[in-house]
Write a protein that binds this ligand. Structure first.
Ligand code: SER
Length: 881
């Protein structure tokens, strides 16, 4: 890696034969790229395309931060390399993880977040001697740099390296020995290939620079391997890794004092000045760009390259670095007076710096890159001014001016509500000579692990922090935790989110439920999205990507979430509306917030009257029609309660609480998610009001789109109803329906009358005979055949009539399979209806029974005519007992 700080004070040994700048070849950045790789290709190296900024072979790195990263494996196992020597121009990023230059950008001549590294590599092919010779020839013969302005450093005990440089003709005074801290290269503090290095320096001949001697090339002799516990071992085969920063070398070849004056940045910063001017923003005309110009240009390159490699702004990992880069660039633009979206207008100027097509993805993905940038820019710009004015209040407040410290709750609010990455707040504070109490900020215990309040963060990159698979009988239950977590499952009556997680291998898992396993935790219950029945097998397949530390892409079901938010805010308004209309301090006794409806329980002694319900509905509709942003504030519980915020007694609150306010309408403690403007609650409709327990009432209601859906569904059958009733309007239909119902009632009355009449009408068939039962007494019987169209109800009525009007007879009524016997016991004492039926059933197949006056049975075979009566029933009645 490049290091600053050595050889600062210029040549220590005085050798200083100056070559006038005009003798140096002028090379553009694209020319330098091609000269470098062409040269090494000619020397037997394979030309390798730049790998992605996302290191796919190395989980320990956030970004590809050196040319050697894509080849790391080959240094350890050179025989697996497809070539023994390679050359590349590699995209690099040093803005996160172990190598982070982000804070220096703009304030030094050389630091970048994104830069390009030219490199040549040997995997067990050539060694130290050849590496030194190749680099020296490139500088002196290809680039024709004057020897007088070059010098090198070697590791102090690397005698071989020292002698190899001497062999190249370098006098002793141009070979400087340095210690391990300068001339031993490793990837960082961790495990990996490493080794002594030799560095080549260029004399800028500019004593005013901090670094008169500029390191231009680092040749690493990969001879060692550092193990996880810090021990150095020898690599089986020594290798070579070299790196030359393109921007630095271009500044040498283009005779520029700093990297931001080279061709690429000239295009970009020139473009930036044009864009600013077109928006009437005053711009500098100096050759040396201002710090803000450097920041915007550097960060713009970085954001575009990151997005082109698939990184999207988020609140974790690479996505968060990208977000910070974009937001820092926008804040710099704001500092120079640019307050509207402009970033994408720089894109053509960025392309000018890469006309050689070295990164074709810049052109092919232009529209996606610009879309992502524009979205993130728009999101941040809406809150940037409000956040800055919040900060300004702090800067001008006498209480804070003494300590010059930004209070932790302001830093948190800037992050949570206004999207200021913490480091941005820190930069702004530092510029003013202020600080932020970061420790206390963290201690506030409102750590931002739940990021789902912001819809922009519902689709983001997250990290698995824990995963558990438990067997429940034959089923396997998979739960996991991710950080940050945009899935809501914090209760408060609001239904948990659902959605999906996409693993790094592309496999998708559905999020079925979200819950709090313990205070402050958020757990997701997941299942394979492809519906795989064998969850264990799926777990095994995805094992590598479903473990702690792995990144996942989150996707929260937005439709469900938005519906819940409408109803959650509506619940707050209902709570406030009930108090306003009933003019009493009701207590919330529970609530359920769903995507399509809400249920709100509250204490109240009696049912609400229709006019009260009507007034409450109107109150909420008026408030939502008037519109109003929902503000979120974090404050101490005591302050919140004092400010009149409604708190539900059943909830347990911490010292710091979140207050949701719709100014002038509602103010309530709540951890849930809400709409950004109450306009979205319109229309609101109370569906019903009922009792749940003594003194507790329940209101069910619908709001917003769900309410419109409710109306639509309710209205859906109306056209058919109108058609059926031949009505011209619902009012007409109601009148017609009323009329039709009256008609039905009249018809029913008439029908009852007719049935009664029929029942009392004369006999259908009468056949008097005598039957003799067990007790040897005889009884006169009349057998009646009843029309088969008349039902059992009729037979019963008929039997009753016969029993009264012809009381001296027992009556047997038959209709198909039904047999009914009726006996008036005041006239006939020796026989009962039941005994007669049983007597018949002795000879005729069937079953049934009854009492003294009435019995009923079912025959196996129907009796439908006189023949049936004569052949079956009469013989049965006459049969001797
Ligand atoms: N890996 C070394 C560096 O980054 C040489 O390429 O400086």
């Amino acid at each position: 890696m490049y290091k600053v700080g050595i050889l600062r004070a210029g040549p220590r040994r005085g050798l200083h034969i100056c070559q006038p700048a005009r003798f140096i070849q002028r090379l553009s950045s694209p020319e330098l790229r091609s000269r470098f790789v062409d040269y090494f290709e000619k020397q037997g190296h394979t030309r390798v395309k730049s790998a992605s900024l996302i290191p796919h072979n190395d989980k320990s790195l956030l970004f590809t931060n050196a040319g050697m990263v894509p080849f790391k494996e080959y240094f350890m196992k050179p025989d697996t390399a497809p070539y023994s020597a390679a050359t590349s121009v590699q995209k690099c990023m040093r803005a996160g993880g172990k190598h982070n230059d982000l804070d220096n950008v703009g304030y030094t001549p050389r630091h970048h977040t994104f830069f390009e590294m030219l490199g040549n590599f040997s995997f067990g092919g050539y060694g130290k001697q050849e590496a030194i010779a190749l680099s020296w020839r490139f500088l002196l013969e290809e680039l024709e740099l004057p020897l007088s302005r070059l010098r090198v450093t070697v590791l102090e005990n690397d005698e071989e390296g020292y002698q190899l440089w001497k062999k190249q003709g370098l006098p002793d005074e141009k070979i400087v020995r340095c210690g391990m801290e300068d001339n031993f290269w490793s990837m960082g503090d961790g495990e990996g290939p490493c080794g002594p290095c030799t560095e080549i320096f260029w004399d800028t001949m500019d004593d005013s620079l901090d670094e008169r001697w500029l390191e231009i090339w680092n040749l690493v002799f990969m001879e060692n391997y550092r193990t996880a516990d810090g021990k150095l071992t020898k690599l089986p085969t020594p290798c070579i890794d070299t790196g030359m920063g393109l921007e630095r070398m271009a500044s040498v070849l283009q005779d520029k004092r700093n990297n931001f004056q080279i061709d690429q940045f000239r295009h970009l910063i020139g473009g930036l000045r044009q864009v600013l001017k077109s928006k009437n923003v005053a711009v500098s005309s100096s050759d040396d760009p201002t710090a803000h110009e450097k920041i915007i240009a550097d960060h713009f390159r970085a954001m575009c390259f990151l997005i082109s490699d698939g990184v999207v702004p988020s609140n974790i990992g690479r996505g968060y670095v990208l977000r910070r880069i974009i937001r820092r660039a926008l804040r710099s633009a704001h500092q120079v007076g640019m307050n509207e979206p402009f970033l994408t207008e720089l894109y053509p100027h960025l392309l000018e710096g890469f006309v050689d097509g070295s990164y074709p993805e810049l052109a092919s993905r232009a529209s996606s890159i610009c879309n992502v940038v524009a979205n993130e820019e728009a999101t941040f710009l809406t809150t940037l001014n409000r956040g800055l004015s919040l900060l300004n209040n702090v800067f001008t407040h006498p209480d804070h001016q003494k300590s010059k410290t930004i209070p932790p709750d302001v830093a948190f609010q800037l992050y949570d509500t206004f999207g200021f990455p913490f480091d941005l707040t820190l930069i702004i504070a530092q510029e003013k000579g202020w600080t932020v109490d970061m420790k206390e900020w963290r201690n506030m215990n409102i750590l931002p692990q739940f990021t789902g309040y912001n819809h922009d963060l519902l689709h983001q990159e997250s990290q698995i922090v824990a995963i558990e698979a438990t067997k429940k009988g034959k089923k396997t239950d998979v739960t996991l935790s991710i950080d940050p977590c945009p899935f809501y499952g914090l209760g408060g009556g609001q239904i948990p989110d659902s959605g999906s997680l996409t693993l790094a291998n592309g496999s998708q898992w559905h999020v079925l439920d979200v819950f709090q396993p313990y205070e402050g935790g958020i757990a997701l219950r997941v299942a394979p999205a492809d519906g795989a029945k064998n969850i264990d097998r799926k777990l095994e397949q995805d094992k590598e990507f479903l473990e702690a530390g792995q990144l996942v892409q989150t996707s929260v079901d937005l439709e469900k979430r938005t519906g819940a938010e409408v109803h959650h805010t509506a619940t707050h308004l209902l709570n406030a509306g009930l108090r306003a209309i009933l003019k009493t301090d009701i207590v919330q006794a529970g609530s359920t917030v769903e995507p399509n409806k809400l249920r709100f329980d509250f204490t109240y002694g009696k049912p609400l009257t229709p006019s009260q319900l009507d007034a409450i509905e109107r109150w909420i509709n008026d408030a939502s029609k008037a519109g109003g942003a929902t503000n979120v504030q974090h404050m101490k519980l005591t302050d919140a309660v004092e400010s009149g915020a409604i708190a539900a007694f059943s909830e347990k609150y911490g010292e710091m609480v979140r207050v949701i306010e719709v100014p002038g309408v509602s103010r309530e403690l709540c951890g849930g998610t809400h709409v950004d403007d109450v306009r979205r609650l319109y229309p609101f409709k109370i569906l019903n009001e009922t009792s749940v327990a003594a003194g507790t009432r329940r209101i069910e209601a619908v709001a917003g789109l769900a309410c419109i859906e409710w109306y639509k569904k309710t209205y859906e059958p109306v056209p058919d109803i109108l058609k059926m009733l031949r009505a011209s309007s619902t009012k007409d239909a109601a009148a017609k329906l009323e009329k039709s119902m009256q008609q039905t009632r009249d018809i029913q009355k008439r029908l009852d009358l007719v049935t009664e009449k029929l029942a009392t009408a004369g006999e259908v068939i009468v056949h008097p005979i005598e039957t003799q039962l067990e007790n040897n007494t005889k009884v006169p019987v009349r057998v009646h055949l009843i029309d088969s169209d008349l039902d059992a109800g009729f037979m019963q009525k008929r039997a009753n009539v016969l029993k009264e009007t012809q009381a001296g007879y027992a009556h047997v009524l038959l209709s198909k399979n039904t047999i009914v016997v009726a006996v008036n016991t005041s006239k006939i004492q020796d026989h009962t209806a039941n005994s007669i039926l049983r007597h018949v059933l002795k000879s005729v197949k069937g079953g049934g029974g009854g009492q003294a006056e009435y019995a009923q049975g079912r025959l196996a075979e129907a009796v439908s005519d006189m023949d049936g009566i004569e052949s079956k029933i009469i013989p049965a009645l006459k049969a001797r007992a």
